[in-house]
Design a protein around this ligand. Structure first.
Ligand code: NAP
Length: 484
């Protein structure tokens, strides 16, 4: 299969927070990979901007070290790195001060796409937006990229939206949710809207339930202080999992256009029912044989923040009424896996009376590891001895199906940054989507706070708290195994 790489237009990209963790781990390696793939024109300019006392040469060394640390040697020849670094510059500035901004203005070129990546704490978004405007740096067609967390609740999200809206139009704002950049997540839309096969079955009429699992084996790591203020609900459910629910549940947009897609996603969020306390289980991991407890990891023995959440969510519209969506996500679980399972109903009447091992058809969409899809179907077990049925997978691993191209699936950030340069907002969250998601999440979190809810403890390396099993059992269903 021939890989098609369409170069983007020449651009200037300023990375505020160019010396930070996200820049080192994701943004710079992603830009480099696109550069090597031939998608970034030679005369593009990437400018790191931060307070650290660096000059151009110092920042180029910093970038080279980041590439060496976060990309395998096979992906970076010294020649490619040198060519890439030729297009890298640095401006020392403080987001809250006035020095350095004139230099940034001098570097800006009028004849190319202009993009600003706000890879800094959200508390600096307003200050940067205001200075880009006041110093006359950002053009009216400039694009800005902002990272999660986009707010802590509805009120703070509104304040952030308002701070950005003072200086930028919505069409200029790219709110990243890197889940939307994952190949499989986009394939959800392709599978649904480019095939006739699934759509007629895609409703409460034929789908029994939907299960979304995002399981991690790691604990909170070095992000303890941040995470303890946030928890699984804010860190995972309000953004990534909500986006997955939207892509599964949305109606077909009239075209694959940013606002058409986002309008349909927004309708799903509006249709989400409030979730009762009986339909949620929160958990916190215990210490393992050689791992600390959550409370020890975050240094807060009294913490009531959840590192695990399981919930049953209902969508009140014609398509989905009666088909629950079960979501669960957590840290220090048995395996690292992200999976969406569409579990179809059983046939209305089985003609195979002595069939052994009847199961539902399941369309399982794996986000990680091994991105791909499996559709389980029932067939006859080969050989004589009656009509015994067995379940077999129709398996499509992207890496296998697409050969070398599939094995080298671009990182979500590669795709999303290129979309910013192309000016395509389809895979970015609109302001009203983010606010609607918080409007649904806030009462749930407030409910825990008012009731003084404490998370159930669960063992490191398990599937989460025992109570989460009940969430499914009482509906005569059970979670799929968490396995890689
Ligand atoms: P970080 O490692 O703490 O980096 C923060 C960056 O901001 C540094 O480059 C820092 O550089 C710069 N900075 C801080 N104060 C500044 C100021 N007053 N003026 C100018 N620059 C300033 O944070 P990060 O992990 O890269 O995260 C950046 C953003 O991405 C945050 O909003 C975070 O929530 C989000 N995010 C991060 C990740 C991740 O994996 N790291 C994932 C998702 C979202 P100097 O100290 O040199 O000024």
């Amino acid at each position: 299969m021939v890989s098609r790489v369409i170069p983007v237009d020449p651009f200037d990209l300023v990375i505020f927070g160019g010396t930070g963790d996200l820049a080192r781990r994701k943004i710079l390696p992603s830009l480099f990979r696109r550069f090597v793939a031939g998608q970034i024109p030679d005369n593009a300019l990437i400018i790191g901007a931060a307070r650290s006392d660096l000059d151009q040469a110092g920042y180029r060394s910093f970038v080279a070290e980041a590439l060496a640390e976060f990309l395998p040697a096979a992906q970076r020849t010294p020649e490619d790195v040198a060519r890439f670094l030729d297009d890298v510059d640095y401006v020392k500035l403080d987001a809250t001060g006035d020095e350095g901004w004139e230099r940034l203005k001098d570097l800006a070129r009028d004849d190319r796409v202009q993009a600003f990546y706000f890879s800094v704490a959200p508390s600096l978004f307003g200050a940067i937006a205001e200075r880009l405007h006041r110093f006359g740096i950002a053009r009216t067609d400039a694009r800005i990229v902002v990272e999660k967390p986009f707010g802590h609740d509805l009120e703070s999200a509104r304040a952030l939206n308002a701070a950005l809206a003072s200086h930028f139009a919505e069409r200029q704002i790219y709110r990243i949710d890197h889940y939307l950049g994952k190949e499989t997540v986009q394939n959800l839309m392709a599978v649904r809207f480019a095939n006739i096969l699934f759509e007629p079955l895609w409703s409460a009429r034929y789908i029994d339930h939907v299960e979304i699992t995002v399981a991690e084996t790691v604990g909170v790591g070095g992000r303890g202080a941040y995470y303890d203020q946030s928890g699984a609900m804010r860190d995972m459910v309000q953004n990534h999992m909500m986006q997955l629910v939207c892509l599964i549940a949305m109606e077909a947009p009239y075209e694959f256009d940013p606002d058409a897609v986002r309008d349909e996603k927004l309708k799903v969020i509006h249709a989400l029912q409030p979730v009762g306390m009986d339909d949620i289980v929160r958990g916190q991991y215990r210490a393992g044989a050689d791992t600390q407890s959550y409370a020890e990891d975050v240094g807060n023995p009294a913490s009531t923040t959840e590192s695990y959440i399981a919930m049953k969510v209902e969508i009140a519209n014609w398509r989905w009424k009666g088909t629950p969506f079960y979501l669960r996500t957590g840290k220090r679980l048995r395996a690292r896996t992200s999976e969406i399972a569409i579990v179809f109903k059983e046939v209305p009447h089985s003609i195979f009376h002595d069939a052994i091992g009847w199961h539902e058809n399941v369309l399982a969409i794996r986000l990680q590891p091994n991105e791909g899809m499996t559709l389980s179907v029932m067939i006859k077990e080969p050989g004589p001895g009656g009509m015994r049925l067995i379940e077999v997978p129709l398996d499509m691993s992207f890496a296998e199906a697409l050969g070398a191209e599939g094995a080298d699936i671009p990182d979500a950030y590669e795709r999303l940054i290129m979309d910013v340069i192309r000016g395509n907002q389809t895979l970015f969250m609109r302001g009203d989507e983010v606010e609607a998601a918080w409007a649904w999440t806030d009462p749930i979190i407030r409910g825990w706070e008012e009731q003084g809810d404490r998370p159930r403890l669960y063992d490191a390396g398990s599937s989460g708290p025992e109570d989460s099993l009940m969430l499914m059992h009482r509906d005569k269903r059970r979670w799929r195994e968490i396995s890689e």
